[in-house]
Write a protein of this length. Structure first.
Length: 325
């Protein structure tokens, strides 16, 4: 059975990629994940705020925002930029699968130059994560998107290795944006960032955020957008968010993913779960007479599935009409 896939122009022996997380902080654990069947590993993110620390002087509150954001101090981050570069080099010595570094930012700035240092340290690709919560009512969506395109252009223009963009689902015209990001230099799109939503503690009257691992229901949003984007992109797509079983992964491949990133399921069950993903994928492929991923990737995307309206507005109307009391 052939599980090979091409993701970001890299040849991976398996479509299961360890998503950005602390796993790569430990080279021994990273090696275990590779040996259990990971096709590539994404390192935790290095943040714009670490590379280009924002000024600490108080600035006037932005209209519509609560005030200047308080980011962690330099020492509060688990890995410094220099340690990160050393870890890229270390992982490259220990692993044979591609190592993908992750840069996480929002504004165009000097931090994007760090991409070249990641490439020189040995990274095989860069995943650019745009995690942005826009609370400023004077900032319009076209400005945000122009800044994203600027950042992608800067990073992709500075390095020869491929650059993936990890997106949030909260964009007005996501399909157009994904195509524009490709034109700006992205070799792939990763969907979607999970937003860690703050909750309200009604006893202490406080706002609190906990890191909750994902739930399988979260895959449905990803599958819909894989299906919508896959016919239009020339580059590759990765799914992230809620993929906990081989069946979930098969659905991602059927809607057009080239790679499926896993984090929560690995944190819960450890590296051995990768072999159950591979066994499950093999069993499904055998049952359906497929020998390679290329034979069925994208078979159920918006262009190729029998009923594209399932992914569109008509499905929403039909679904609401199906409920009777
Ligand atoms: C403990 C932890 C740390 C994470 N760190 C990062 C990170 O540094 N950068 C990033 O882009 N995503 C990070 N993520 C998000 C994951 O890469 C992934 O997109 C998300 O967890 C959804 O995938 P999952 O359902 O397989 O967990 C992290 C997730 C967890 C649980």
């Amino acid at each position: 059975m052939n599980f090979a896939t091409r993701y970001l122009g890299l040849n991976l022996a398996s479509p299961f990629v360890v998503g950005a997380s602390p796993f790569c902080d430990n080279a021994h654990l990273a090696r275990k994940l590779q040996d259990a069947g990971a096709g590539a590993l994404v390192m935790r993110s290095l943040f714009e705020e670490q590379i280009d620390p924002p000024p600490r002087i108080a600035s006037p509150a932005m209209p519509g925002a609560g005030g200047p954001e308080e980011f962690p101090e330099y020492a509060d981050y688990q890995v410094s930029p220099d340690q990160y570069l050393r870890q890229v080099g270390h992982l490259k010595q220990v692993l044979t699968v591609p190592v993908i570094a992750s840069l996480n930012g929002q504004h165009p700035g000097n931090w994007t130059d760090f991409a070249l240092r990641l490439e020189r340290a040995g990274a095989d690709a860069i995943e650019l994560n745009f995690y942005r919560v826009v609370t400023d009512i004077t900032v319009a969506s076209d400005q945000i998107e122009a800044e994203m395109l600027d950042v992608v252009g800067r990073v992709a223009g500075a390095v020869r290795i491929p650059v993936a963009v990890k997106l949030s689902p909260y964009h007005t015209a996501l399909a157009q944006l994904a195509v524009a990001l490709e034109l700006a230099g992205a070799a792939g799109i990763v969907i979607f960032n999970r937003f860690y939503q703050p909750d309200i503690n009604v006893n202490d009257l406080e706002v609190q955020t906990h890191l909750r691992l994902s739930e399988p229901e979260e895959t449905l949003l990803r599958l819909r957008w894989l299906a919508i984007l896959s016919p239009h992109l020339r580059g590759t797509l990765a799914a992230t968010g809620g993929f906990h079983t081989a069946e979930d992964a098969v659905k991602a491949l059927l809607t057009g993913a080239h790679a499926v990133q896993l984090v929560s399921v690995l944190l819960k069950h450890g590296p051995a779960v990768l072999s159950s993903f591979l066994r499950g994928l093999e069993a499904w492929m055998r049952a359906h007479g497929y020998e390679s991923l290329d034979q069925f990737r994208g078979l159920l995307n918006l262009k190729t599935c029998k009923d594209p309206s399932q992914f569109e507005r008509a499905n929403y109307i039909r679904t609401l009409q199906s409920w009777k009391v």
